[in-house]
Ligand binder design. Structure first.
Ligand SMILES: [Zn+2]
Length: 287
């Protein structure tokens, strides 16, 4: 993304969480990226969910250098008996990726083929469907929190029906955490405040904000300063109204922007400007 094109679009934003490597996009990924660019999306961040998807995330990012950025980790719903092997595999991929990007960062023609690794993610806890692997989830999450601290990479966090357990783990590392995103936040004011106690962390807000029954339009302005919010799709899931039920994509973020602008009583330009600055701050992005 060049400065010129960024300036041309009045509503330039970053989609901080999009599963663009998913098979749902195999048939028309180029068109999806094209529509995102036309809608003002300046960059797309891709979270992995397991070792296999680390490879597809890196592969997809290499097709759109400087536009799609990888995040690598083990998703709580993918934690099973083999979680230790998965983590070992993922850690190796992370080391190779960071090594490659540090090797090529001085060689501009080569580095243009690699977007730097943005974060460890998506990681977290999910006790919504089952607690079958609850212990394994807790251990896998804590291990990846340690990676975040050691590697100074922010966390892309997924949390469902497990906020107290999640906060208890983060508390142990509170002074050393480089920051991150609590993605797909859907909680109440108290839950928002509990998460924002972690100073370099922000909330990821997407399609749920636009749902008829969502309390977020009241909860967010009451408890969350706009500079603690980043935008996301979680595509292909969570399409905003009026696209609800369809496959989500980064171009649809503009519906979230307009709802957020309404909720905070600000212009859409201001929402885009502020959330972009926040994403750049959290991830150390230069786009
Ligand atoms: Zn996700």
């Amino acid at each position: 993304m060049t400065e010129e094109t960024k300036d041309l679009h009045p509503l330039s934003y970053i989609d901080t969480h999009c599963h663009l490597d998913g098979e749902e996009f195999d048939a028309d990924r180029d068109e999806v990226v094209q529509r995102a660019r036309e809608a003002g999306c300046a960059a797309i961040c891709l979270p992995a969910i397991d070792a296999k998807s680390c490879r597809s995330v890196l592969d997809t990012c290499s097709r759109y250098p400087g536009y799609c950025y990888p995040m690598l980790g083990l998703h709580p719903e993918e934690v099973r008996q083999d979680w230790r092997e998965q983590l070992a595999d993922i850690k190796q991929i992370i080391s190779l990726t960071s090594h490659l990007s540090s090797l090529t960062s001085h060689l501009s023609p080569l580095s243009s083929h690699l977007s730097p690794l943005l974060a460890i993610g998506e990681v977290g806890l999910d006790f919504y469907w089952s607690r079958e692997f609850a212990d394994e989830q807790l251990q896998a999450f804590e291990e990846q929190v340690r990676w975040s601290v050691e590697m100074r990479l922010p966390l892309m966090i997924h949390c469902r029906k497990a906020q107290n357990e999640l906060v208890a783990i983060l508390d142990r590392y509170a002074n050393d955490l480089p920051g991150g995103v609590f993605h797909c936040f859907t909680g109440n004011e108290q839950e928002a405040r509990q998460l924002l106690r972690f100073p370099r962390f922000v909330l990821g807000i997407g399609g749920v904000l636009t749902f008829k029954k969502s309390h977020l339009p009241e909860v967010l302005p009451a408890a969350v300063p706009l500079d603690r919010i980043v935008l996301e799709t979680d595509a292909p899931y969570m399409a905003p109204v009026p696209m609800r039920g369809q496959r989500n994509e980064s171009a649809f973020v503009r519906h979230v922007v307009s709802r957020l602008a309404e909720a905070y009583g600000l212009s859409e330009e201001e929402v885009c400007r502020q959330t972009t600055l926040t994403a750049q701050r959290v991830f150390g992005m230069k786009v």
